[in-house]
Design a binder for this molecule. Structure first.
Ligand code: ADP
Length: 445
């Protein structure tokens, strides 16, 4: 369907291939999640652990004291406001800090404490007296590497002897020099050059190798290969650690090549459900009618905070303008904005500085704004073939069963095609989406 194809390219930017877009998108999403998250994701699920040696006892800790960290590091951890290990840290930390060091593959959604865990492992394993690189950490992009670097700096705040350097393009070193920093963090290409071609790093002296965001990593051409080539230069007894938010077959295959004899920890995502959501649809004939319906809804019920999803940048921009004219404080999230700008918009919205967030489908994929009470699909979510995007629908309005407050979702329908999409979504979830008459709104509150 050409209209949805052009809508998609409009929403995503014109000059890139779909694949490049997708990769950028993954890295950008991951960065966005880091920028807006300042605490742990709640989980009630238990971790699944597969030990390399199933007969060895499985340790898990409920406090950081039990880990017998260096005092400087314990101070760093508490300084960051951490009181106790997160779910995944409870088992991952004792494994990573064990003697002899254990290899680990760990998977859990973003915000569950993976970065903090491997940063603590790296900081624990370096010997600050030795003035050469001992830990390597590879990340998919410069920006993501920088975020991890910040965590290293925070956690190592009271351990100034340990130093950090970024192996990223643009960071040019003099030929023949040897790095003195104990931790090197960077992107695979530069890291490989620094270990191989330029010999700034002696790979044989590396004790910990971390590969972060494996799922984002393998989406970029060449990263997989470069990472494997780095890994091959490292000594046999080097600790290998790999982290990923998702775990499809391709990630798993890559992980097994990076991490020999791994222990494996997985933490399932909290299930999303529509059970605590009231779902409605509104029938309209045009986008102006949809806007009018929206105004009626706003006139009738008190909406603390709403998120409104549109299919294209153009619609999102238009709608944000119309809503502002009506006197609403509107935040607009759009694809052409830099990740940092997007993060700033989301943060303002989360802080309640704006009450309405208008965004494109593409732009909002994968981000969580938990406390929104009303979600409005100004356009229904569809995939690139024009079929209903059930997963996005669920992610957008679904709540995790345990923590979810009741929510309200309103879908705008303006054509036979969108009615068809709505019906298919309804069937898919086997949950009724009720018709709402916006001239008579007594029923919804
Ligand atoms: P991930 O790497 O899985 O995305 P992070 O390590 O970045 O997760 O942690 C997510 C957020 O939670 C960060 O803001 C981090 O500072 C915080 N955090 C991590 N571990 C803990 C902990 N044990 N207690 C409290 N907050 C934590």
């Amino acid at each position: 369907d050409s209209s949805s194809a052009s809508a998609k390219s409009e929403a995503e930017g014109e000059n890139k291939t779909a694949e490049e877009d997708d990769n950028d998108d993954k890295a950008a999403q991951s960065l966005l999640n880091k920028l807006i998250r300042n605490n742990l994701v709640n989980t009630t699920n238990q971790v699944e652990v597969l030990q390399k040696d199933p007969n060895s006892p499985l340790y898990s800790v409920k406090s950081f004291e039990e880990l017998r960290l260096k005092p400087q590091l314990l101070q760093g951890v508490y300084g960051m406001g951490f009181n106790r290990p997160s779910k995944i840290q409870e088992t991952a930390l004792p494994m990573m800090l064990a003697e002899p060091p254990q290899n680990l593959i760990a998977q859990s959604q973003s915000g569950t404490g993976k970065t903090a865990a491997f940063v603590l492992a790296m900081l624990s394993h370096v010997d600050p007296m030795n003035r050469y690189p001992q830990c390597l950490c590879v990340s998919p992009t410069y920006e993501l590497a920088l975020q991890t670097g910040k965590v290293i700096e925070q956690m190592g705040k009271h351990y100034p002897e340990v130093q950090l350097v970024y192996a990223i393009r643009g960071n040019k070193l003099q030929r023949g020099m040897k790095l003195q920093e104990q931790i090197v963090i960077g992107t695979p290409g530069t890291m490989l050059d620094w270990c191989g071609k330029f010999k700034f790093i002696d790979p044989k002296k590396i004790r910990v190798f971390v590969l972060d965001e494996a799922d984002v990593m393998i989406a970029t051409q060449g990263h997989q290969d470069q990472s494997i080539r780095i890994q091959r230069m490292l000594p046999k007894n080097c600790q290998m650690l790999l982290f990923s938010a998702t775990f499809e077959e391709s990630v798993w295959n890559f992980a097994k090549r990076i991490v020999p004899d791994p222990n494996i920890i997985k933490l399932k995502r909290e299930e999303e459900t529509l059970d605590t959501i009231k779902q409605y649809y509104v029938l309209c004939n045009s986008r102006e009618e949809k806007f009018q319906a929206l105004c009626n809804i706003y006139g009738a019920i008190t909406i603390a905070q709403a998120m409104i999803f549109c299919h294209t940048r153009k619609t999102a921009g238009w709608l944000a303008g119309e809503l502002s004219r009506e006197g609403h404080q509107v935040a607009l999230l759009s694809g052409e904005m830099q990740v940092e700008q997007r993060a700033a918009v989301i943060e303002r919205f989360r802080d309640g500085k704006e009450k309405v967030l208008v965004t494109t489908n593409v732009c909002a994929r994968g981000i969580d704004v938990e406390q929104v009470s009303v979600v409005i699909n100004f356009d229904l979510p569809i995939d690139k073939d024009g079929n209903p995007d059930n997963e996005t629908y669920l992610h957008r309005i679904g709540r995790t069963g345990r923590f979810g407050k009741r929510g309200l979702a309103i879908n705008m329908v303006d054509s036979r095609m969108s009615m068809n999409i709505l019906n298919r979504i309804q069937q898919h979830f086997n949950k009724k989406i009720e018709k709402l008459d916006t001239d008579d709104l007594d029923e919804i509150e």
